[in-house]
Design a protein around this ligand. Sequence first.
Ligand SMILES: CC(C)(COP(=O)(O)OP(=O)(O)OC[C@H]1O[C@@H](n2cnc3c(N)ncnc32)[C@H](O)[C@@H]1OP(=O)(O)O)[C@@H](O)C(=O)NCCC(=O)NCCS
Length: 176
Amino acid sequence: MLIGNKLNLRIMEKKDMPIVKEWVNDIDFIGDFEPITQETITDLEKQYESLTEGQWFFIEKKDGTKIGYVAHFISGLKQTAIGYALLPNERSKSYGTEAIQMIVDYLFLSKSIIRIQAEIHPNNIGSQRVLEKAGFDKEGILRKCFFSRGEWRDTAIFSVLREEWKEPKILTKANI
Ligand SMILES: CC(C)(COP(=O)(O)OP(=O)(O)OC[C@H]1O[C@@H](n2cnc3c(N)ncnc32)[C@H](O)[C@@H]1OP(=O)(O)O)[C@@H](O)C(=O)NCCC(=O)NCCS
C-alpha cells in the first residue's frame, strides 16, 4: 500500500473487479468526458490479467473507504500513462490532487522512466487542474481521435518529465 497524507493507494486484486464493474458502468462515476462503457466482470478480469507493465490502485481514505481508482498502464502511443476517477460525492475535496501526485511520485521513484502521460478531454478542467498541480504541461491536441457520445472527440495530451518533477511531493523513497 502507498501511504499518503489524507489517502492511501491500495493495489487491486482480480477479486476486486465486481466493485470496478459497478463504477465503470455508472455514467455518474465516469463523468461528462470519458467514453461510456458496458464492461462485464469477465472483460475487466481479462484487462486486469493482460496488464504486464501496469497496475490498478484503489484510492482509499485513511479509514479504508474506497473513493475511486488511479491506474498506470502503457498507452497506445507506447507511453507510461495514467488514468483516474473519483466517486461523484468525493470530488472537489482535493483528493484527486493528492492521488495524482502520489502515483507520479510512485512511478518516478520506482521505475526508470523519464516521462508520464495523461490523455484527457480538452474541456475536463478538473482533470487538467490536478495534472497541472502534479507538474504536467499540455503538449497538444489529437484531433477527432475517438468516437464517443455521438461525436468524434479531441484528446488533449499532458505530460510531466522526470527533470520537471525533480523530487517527490508526497511519497518518499523509504516508503516505496
Ligand atoms: C478529475 C477528478 C479526478 C479531479 O479530482 P478532484 O478531487 O475533484 O479535484 P481536486 O479537488 O483535487 O481539485 C483540483 C483543482 O481542480 C479544480 N476543479 C476540480 N473539479 C473541477 C471542475 N469540475 N471544474 C473546474 N475546476 C475544478 C479545483 O477547484 C482545484 O482547483 P485549484 O487547485 O485551483 O484550487 C475528479 O473530478 C473526477 O473523478 N472526475 C470524473 C472522472 C474524470 O473526469 N476522470 C479523469 C479522466 S481523464
